[in-house]
Design a protein around this ligand. Sequence first.
Ligand code: C2O
Length: 509
Amino acid sequence: PTTRYYEFNITQRNGSPDGFERTMLVVNNQFPGPLIECNIGDRIVVKVNNQLPDGQGTSIHWHGMFQTNTTWMDGTVGVTQCPIPPGESFTYNYTITEQRGTYWWHSHAKGQYTDGIVGPLIVHDPNEGFMNDYDEDIVVMISDWYHELSPISLAQYANADNTEGAEPVPENGLINGLNLFDCNGSTNSSIPCTGGTQANFTFVPGKRYRIRLINTGAFAEFDFSIDGHKLTVVEADGVAMKPVAIDRVPIQVAQRYSLIVEANQTVGNYWMRAIINQNCLAYTNDALNPVVLAAVHYEGANGTIPNSPDPGYSDPVDCVDLDPSDLKPVDGMDAPPYDVSYYIEASFQAIREDRIRYGYMNTTSWSPLQNTSTLQQANAGVTTFDTNTQFVLTPPDNATVVQLIIQNFDDGSHPFHLHGHTFWLLGTGAGYYASNTNLNTTNPVRRDTGTVPAFGYAIIRFIPHPGMWLFHCHLVWHHLMGLAMQIQYQPSVIRSFDVPQDWKNLCPS
Ligand code: C2O
């Protein structure tokens, strides 16, 4: 194993990913941010220098990393750390002991990742022969894109006039941080708008590519395809899957897939399509072109502009994951029986006279602690938390398998992410969960982000390990409105963790 060193300088600057200029937050002046790439077993050391303006603390979360025995490196403001203040630095340092596959990193402070603090994280396993049966990696990050800074969008969402709780609708979508934008649709002609450019990729005829597809967006689900090419799914959220060939892949916010694509078509140019599923948006924005395109250019083809015909896909009606029955983990691990099961209700409730709707997990609407974190408190011996804002679920120390039944009372679906773990997704359904519901315990899909359907439920199981782990809807607006809770496992072990002094120093004492 080796140690991989990186330095992240986080700054605010203007940028125009789609030609429309706005304020952005970026790492090393890049958008999307730099690729972290390593082998299983490696140590990752990232020195983060916060060069943002006053008042903007930050953090970096390593989405999907287990952080075994390093829960304090999880990078979650209010949960596993205090923000890194402007003008200061913090060094993340952790080992990737048992994971391989496709991950990403992003700010976990407020809505900052939506403003540009995102990048890919790829873990290779040279010994996993069957997964290395391809020629080259291609990272494809797809995301929705807003023309306002996230605090402005959030303020609109939280405005008392928004009685239905309609989430902000993006202005655009991006592939690897690029797209066109029709400047005529711009509402403010004083803002520079040049129309942007599309991303493009080169295929060498005969080669096999492993596309590392990552939805790094805030809210929109996408359908991904490449005209004329089959996509063979071999990985979901870091877990190797038995190969299944499909034409288009629905991908929710924060999910990842590895897709094997063979450059086996007539030498030419083809469209890669990432289509925003508008059925998942609160309303239709006529200015939004939901079809985000990038060019796939075969080496040796004439020109570069694709002429492949539009396959004429329509939006799927539901905002759900790729059918879990298509996803069978290669290692064939059945879901073990649970030691303890919890029933949790996720809802949005309008409260107070101003009718602002907040997200609730049971009776708690999460709001990150400001001058401490629940992990820091737990490490110092605190055992009870403010239940208005912190729902900390602590399974018994001897529970080796935990089950959660998530019942969703909202008209939107929620891609829930559990920090530090993958979970077995045993079943989802419409309506109320009933205990006689058929659960699939035979090698069900295992992943770190799975969708609880609108007005429906999902049942997950996981093997907890010591630490403080956020469990939340990854749709940024829902997360920021409180649709989050924490799993604390083995508080006595948390107290015994020898946390680094520079980590403690992030919190004002
Ligand atoms: Cu991608 Cu709470 O994380």
